[in-house]
Design a protein around this ligand. Structure first.
Ligand code: ZN
Length: 150
């Protein structure tokens, strides 16, 4: 193959990649069988227009017993989002459909699973008082933390 063809191929490959958040805009955390997150702080640079969060569940219990998700909301709305999520039920991943207080959320996973989601920070402000939680019934009190854009 001529070198000009290789260059063209490389260019096309680069152009076809979807726009992705930089590595500083992505975080990973775990939710365990002990009903805990592996961190109580998610800190993202304010320059990130999108944030990607990967949640993994290293436990053994199934999603209906010890399911976890990650929900990003305002700190002041944490409990209300969790309560409405309880009513929404498992089939809605314990999030009220169309809940405008939620900036981003993952699906509910069980032991041995992981999930990744990406959300926009467009409606968030650097220094805002944000929180992350698991909205599985009864988990939010133990499974929550601070989400910061700084
Ligand atoms: Zn949970």
């Amino acid at each position: 193959m001529k070198s000009s063809h290789i260059l063209l191929l490389a260019t096309l490959t680069a152009l076809s990649l979807p726009a992705q958040a930089g590595p500083e805009c992505a975080v990973s955390l775990e939710g365990t069988d002990a009903m805990r997150f592996s961190t109580n702080l998610i800190s993202i640079p304010a320059s990130c227009k999108q944030v990607t969060i990967t949640l993994s569940h290293p436990g053994n219990l199934p999603a209906k017993v010890m399911g976890h998700n990650v929900v990003i909301t305002d700190k002041e709305n944490l409990q209300a989002v969790a309560n409405d999520g309880l009513m929404a039920g498992f089939d809605n991943d314990f999030i009220k459909p169309g809940d405008e207080r939620v900036y981003g959320a993952s699906k509910v996973i069980g032991g041995g699973e992981s999930t990744t989601f990406t959300f926009s920070t467009e409606k968030m402000k650097p220094g805002g008082d944000y929180a992350f939680l698991c909205s599985f019934p009864g988990h939010w009190a133990m499974m929550q933390g601070k989400f910061e854009l700084k």
